[in-house]
Design a protein around this ligand. Structure first.
Ligand code: CTP
Ligand code: CA
Length: 226
């Protein structure tokens, strides 16, 4: 069985995983989020644990049960996630950014509930900091893995993200494929590095994708200089 095959390959390694959709507050009772279920990131955290890693899971909004045997840190916003990731990043061996991070947040969070005055309401949104791009600039010996959920030109968009964010691997999935991506229990992904396609995986469960990804990652962890 695949999980058993990988048993022990990550022992002594620290794996940092982000999962779920961030929540960007508009006011105390309203927010902006996205369709991420957190399942892919949770499957990665569990598989890394089963391969012997010390796992830190930074989890934003999710309905999935939190995995056991890993250190879970709950966050809400992209800003919270950024801060948590930066403080866990330095001593990590593998960093996997499966979270769906908001690209924009409300410029201001109203301190009290917004009342329905007037026929229209405009919200000004401002760009969030890109966590993965920042990690790409700061990385020393960490293996950095990003995700790219796309609806079109999957390979081109994924490779563009890999280069822009200086990831070692990017996991691309076409979220228009039935049964794959957001909310599903299965996924159909391609994994790329800077040279191009590394694996075109068949349709499989998110648990199986997690194992395949971590087996690839394990053999690519950079050797730390003493
Ligand atoms: N990501 C991040 N911080 C952000 C936005 C995205 O760390 N503020 C990470 C995601 O966790 C994912 C990768 O970047 O691993 C790609 O996310 P994606 O939304 O596909 O890419 P974007 O660069 O945001 O581009 P776009 O949404 O326009 O496709
Ligand atoms: Ca995005």
């Amino acid at each position: 069985e695949a999980v058993r095959a990988g048993r022990g390959v990550l022992s002594g390694k620290k794996v940092l995983v982000t999962a779920g959709g961030t929540v960007e507050r508009i006011d105390p009772v309203r927010y902006i989020t996205n369709d991420s279920s957190g399942k892919m990131g949770f499957a990665i955290a569990k598989a890394a644990r089963d391969m012997g890693a010390e796992v830190v899971l930074i989890a934003a909004r999710t309905d999935a049960p939190l995995p056991e045997g890993v250190t879970v840190q709950r966050v809400e916003s992209a800003k919270d996630m950024y801060d948590r990731v930066m403080s866990e990043f330095t001593d990590s061996d593998i960093v996997i950014k499966a979270a769906a991070v908001a690209d924009y947040r409300p410029e201001q969070e109203a301190p009290v509930k917004i009342k329905k005055n007037g026929d229209t309401l405009s919200l000004t949104l401002v760009k969030t900091d890109d966590i993965l791009e920042t990690l790409g600039q700061r990385k020393t010996s960490q293996l950095l893995i990003g995700f790219a959920a796309e609806t079109d030109h999957v390979e081109a968009h994924a490779l563009d993200k890999l280069r822009r964010k200086q990831c070692d691997l990017i996991v691309a999935n076409d979220v228009t494929v039935a049964g794959a991506g957001f909310g599903a229990d299965s996924n159909k992904v391609q994994i790329y590095n800077a040279d191009g396609l590394v694996r075109d995986l068949p349709f499989m469960t998110k648990e199986e994708v997690a194992v395949q990804l971590l087996l690839l990652a394990a053999e690519r962890i950079p050797v730390k200089e003493a």
